[in-house]
Design a protein. Structure first.
Ligand code: 5CA
Length: 412
């Protein structure tokens, strides 16, 4: 990411997102948003800076320890940079939802978080400041909360599949968020930070982004996708593992999402209650659901690269096409390249135009490094025959395309 000019480190675990990196981050964010919206969740935006009192109400202000960045304002009021938002969102809901008739509610935001990690490493994979999508569900009872959990489970499978990633849902530990039902969504990769265990059959399973009716009973879907064994290191107990050793795969994994059902852990101490159908007050049943948006950018590169650099899946590529003008000083080349650039953009395509005064080798290497799905190369020799060279980044396949057929080829 550094070599491709996507990000620049500001301090340990804190990055600026440069034009190329920001375009990918936004694409990833948009896919996450679309699948949250499709599931029926509503987007909000909560602040990054939160008051300490809220966290005292839940009891987490002291528990969270040194990972929490604590700040004092000019009036000596204790504030913090949010590492997550359970308390903040519970405060919003307790102030605005009073009746069971207003349930279920499902709110999410996509906001920067800060965790003062002991060892920030691998760039955006474990940052201190990072972009997270966090969703919170509020239900009247445990059955409703499980349905909300299942909805996010489906939405997550769809979200990662749309990015071309195979994220395996694994039984997971709940750590400082709490609760007893939890799944991590894990991408298998050699550079993964944690050890994970799963049934060999996961390796051959295609995770399909099926169309699902979110209002239907999602338990069968949930059971189907959790029927093959998969567990993180903390949850895997070799003595009681239900599958034989020869069918178990031990691998490294990257956690791109984590979902939790924790019942009334926050609503009870914070007094987030509604009046039920019988008039009695009931604490809300809650779950929370995170996706590491900025971590996904790094994960996508881990899953899509070769020795020459990145190979972006089309769904998240910063530009669809890279246009290389091999001889910007040549009038004919410049006119043809600029004409094609205008026409491709006119057809609604995102095009990166390399008209720098660099050697062809340097341009080829840079274009391979930044990994746009398709490259179009204009040079004097091809142009004399009325052709552009088309190179597909993933396969490396090259072919000549007649200049006047290019727009048609990519616009469809
Ligand atoms: N409140 C819950 C769910 S919203 C929560 O905070 N869950 S979490 O701690 O598991 O974080 C959610 C996701 O954020 C993780 O699955 C991971 O993909 C991402 N994430 C967590 N810590 C970091 C970090 N230091 N750098 C980059 N991404 C991170």
């Amino acid at each position: 990411m550094l070599r491709a000019g996507m990000v620049r480190q500001s301090s340990a675990g804190i990055y600026s997102w440069l034009p190329l990196g920001l375009r990918v981050l936004k694409r990833v964010e948009q896919i996450v948003r679309e699948e949250q919206d499709r599931s029926g969740a509503q987007e909000i935006l909560m602040p990054t800076i939160q008051p300490a009192e809220l966290w005292r109400e839940s009891g987490r202000y002291d528990d969270y320890g040194k990972e929490m960045l604590r700040i004092k304002d000019r009036h000596e009021r204790e504030m913090l940079y949010g590492p997550t938002n359970e308390e903040q969102v519970t405060e919003i809901v307790r102030a605005s939802i009073k009746s069971y008739r207003d349930l279920p509610k499902n709110l999410y935001h996509i906001q920067w978080k800060f965790r003062d990690e002991v060892r920030p490493r691998f760039g955006v994979m474990r940052g201190r400041e990072f972009l997270m999508k966090d969703n919170y569900s509020f239900d009247l009872d445990a059955a409703g909360a499980k349905h909300s959990y299942n909805k996010m489970f489906v939405a997550y499978l769809r979200t990662f599949a749309r990015m071309g990633l195979k994220a395996i849902p694994m039984r997971a530990d709940t750590g400082p968020i709490g609760g007893d039902l939890s799944h991590e969504f894990i991408i298998l990769a050699e550079t993964g930070e944690s050890e994970v265990f799963c049934d060999r059959r996961w390796l051959e399973t295609d995770i399909l982004a099926e169309e699902v009716d979110y209002d239907s009973d999602l338990e069968p879907f949930f059971r189907h996708w959790t029927s093959l064994y998969a567990a993180t290191d903390e949850m895997h107990k070799p003595e009681v593992c239900p599958i034989p050793a020869e069918e178990l795969v031990t691998a490294r994994g990257i956690e791109v999402g984590h979902i939790f059902y924790f019942g009334t852990k926050y609503s009870r101490p914070m007094g987030a209650v509604v009046t039920g159908a019988d008039g009695a007050e009931v604490p809300l049943e809650m779950g929370s659901y995170g996706i590491g948006v900025s971590r996904l950018v790094g994960t996508l590169i881990e899953a899509n690269h070769d020795d020459a650099g990145i190979i972006w899946p089309e769904a998240v590529a910063p530009f669809r096409v890279g246009l290389i003008n091999l001889r910007p000083a040549d009038d004919k080349c410049r006119a043809a390249a600029e004409d094609l650039y205008g026409k491709l953009r006119g057809a609604g395509l995102d095009v990166l135009y390399d008209d720098r005064d660099e050697s062809p080798g340097a341009k080829f290497a840079a274009m391979d490094l930044i990994g746009l799905p398709d490259q179009l190369i204009i040079g004097p020799r091809g142009l004399a025959a009325g052709n552009v060279e088309w190179k597909q980044r993933r396969s490396g396949a090259r072919q000549d395309l007649p200049l006047d057929a290019v727009v048609q080829r990519f616009a469809t």
